[in-house]
Ligand binder design. Structure first.
Ligand code: NAD
Length: 479
């Protein structure tokens, strides 16, 4: 049984002031596998105090020291990548290939931040003045459960590259993975207080960490609803806020796409991370003329998907995170049927032979119109909606007719056509003919999918403030 009963504050693992114990559940079996003791508001204030004490010295560090520190963090997270992989399987139900990828990705974020930092000019000229990019200050980093270690490390890497001290508030539903990251941070030997990590409920700690007068910046990844609440809390003291939020991403299959590769590609986009992915391509837009062919191909491929034990390398779809997530997906599947969409594969209930744990059937709806709830709302499970279109203009119109704008996918055998469609999509990132990953490029959403960007130069600048120093000799005339 796991027992996580410590918070990481001021360079030490300490017993939190908070006393609430929350059970940790393995989503594959539904069994309790341990507990976490949750921090409370007193712990949150302690963490801010520690970050504040460490801030001046850390802000004064130069590139060389920060690069060295990022290298140490990479090594220490990498050293725990197998532990992280196993925790991702046990606590989250992530299929093994995904869990291996995400644990290495978490470590890699420190090297990627170092690459961005190495070339970044903190001082340059602007007009006749000098421009200085300075650390924004103490940063609250709030992360979701579906990409726990990657999200914590990605935010932390950029905050530290920028010279900011931080309080990490991971999801209370990813305590096992987050605790391993905290241990790796400790192993890296950072000055006390530079990074603090507390497990706790967002509803309790959020109001402290998002309104505290000493906190300058909030970097949040999670649902759009929580993002709005955070922006509202931060508003009063005009904190800098970056939000990475939900999505309902379109995949546009053009009529010249090679269906032998495009259909499997669209399926991977939809069902990646068991559908619990912000960038999942959950609305597949298909030319009317190809619809029958595409439906037959999707049906056959999804029927053959392997759902089950995430530790088995053959598994493509693991369990949903927990009972609430299982119920949420079931509710949307029932809603799709009520709304009159055609169930092509899957449906309500558990897959055959999986009587325990939080498994759902990979589900595909056809005859979906874009005003149905299943096409408008983020389900966050393995549920794909297929919509037909008659012209490219209509495809783009449907793709953009959503409150979200995180990601898009285009499949076409003509690069120029794919590019033209990508340019018309109101999203922060478009993948063409696949699932590319570019850790040095900024990532974030249009519309209600977010504010600001993570990664790359824009990710670094999200933790910086701009100062202009004007030299004497350029005075305006007094009149
Ligand atoms: P969530 O919004 O429920 O929780 C995210 C984090 O916010 C958790 O740490 C939670 O404890 C905290 N929180 C909750 N209420 C809070 C409050 N009032 N104040 C401060 N913090 C609070 O999201 P989730 O269910 O953990 O994650 C899934 C969501 O995250 C999906 O919508 C998904 O699309 C989104 N997501 C987005 C990205 C992206 O980069 N855009 C990446 C991963 C996940």
């Amino acid at each position: 049984m796991h027992s996580i009963d410590q918070a990481y504050i001021d360079g030490r693992f300490v017993s939190p002031h908070g006393q609430e114990q929350m059970e940790l559940v393995n989503p594959t079996t539904g069994d309790v596998i341990g507990h976490v003791v949750l921090a409370d508001e007193t712990d949150a204030r302690q963490a801010v105090l520690a970050a504040k004490a460490a801030a001046p010295a850390f802000a004064a560090t130069g590139k060389t020291e920060r690069l060295e520190l990022l290298g140490r963090l990479h090594a220490s997270v990498m050293a725990r990548s197998e532990e992280l992989r196993d925790a991702t399987i046990e606590e989250y139900g992530g299929p093994v290939s995904r869990s291996v990828w995400v644990s290495r990705f978490a470590a890699q974020t420190f090297l990627d931040a170092a690459t961005t930092l190495r070339d970044y000019e903190f001082e340059r000229s602007a007009g006749r003045s000098r421009l200085l990019m300075e650390p924004v200050g103490i940063s609250t980093l709030i992360t979701p459960w579906n990409s726990a270690a990657g999200s914590i490390c990605g935010k932390l890497a950029m905050a530290l590259a920028a010279g900011c001290t931080a309080i990490v508030k991971p999801s209370e539903l990813s305590a096992l993975q987050s605790h391993i990251v905290a241990q790796a941070i400790h192993d890296a030997g950072l000055p006390p207080g530079v990074v603090n990590l507390i497990h706790g409920r967002g509803s309790l700690l959020g109001p402290v960490l998002c309104t505290h007068p000493d906190v300058a910046k909030i970097s949040f990844t999670g649902s759009t609803a929580t993002g709005k609440a955070i922006a509202a809390m931060a508003n009063d003291s005009v904190k800098r806020v970056s939000l990475g939020l939900g999505g309902k991403s379109p995949t546009i299959l053009l009529d010249d796409a090679d269906l032998d590769t495009a259909v499997p590609g669209a399926i991977v986009a939809a069902f990646q991370n068991s559908g619990q992915a912000c960038i999942a391509g959950t609305r597949l837009l298909v030319p009317q003329a190809l619809l029958a062919d595409v439906l037959a191909r999707v049906k056959s491929a999804v029927e053959q998907m392997v759902v089950g034990d995430p530790a088995d390398p053959r598994t493509q779809i693991g369990p949903m995170l927990g009972a609430a997530q299982f119920e949420r997906v079931q509710r949307y599947i029932r809603r799709g049927i009520e709304e009159g969409a055609t169930l092509l594969v899957g449906g309500p209930g558990r897959p055959e032979g999986l009587g325990r744990g939080f498994f759902v059937k990979p589900t595909v709806f056809a005859d979906v119109s874009n005003d149905m709830e299943i096409a408008r709302e983020e389900i966050f499970g393995p549920v794909l909606c297929i919509l037909a279109y008659r012209s490219e203009d209509e495809a783009v119109e449907i793709a953009n007719d959503t409150p979200y704008g995180l990601h898009g996918y285009v499949f076409s055998s003509d690069p120029a056509r794919a590019d033209a469609i990508a340019r018309r999509m109101q999203v922060g990132r478009v993948a063409i003919n696949g699932m590319q990953h570019d850790p040095l490029a900024p990532f974030g959403g249009y519309k209600q999918s977010g504010v600001g960007r993570e990664y790359g130069v824009q990710g670094l600048e999200s933790f910086l403030e701009t100062k202009i120093i004007m030299e004497p000799g350029n005075e305006r005339s007094a009149s």
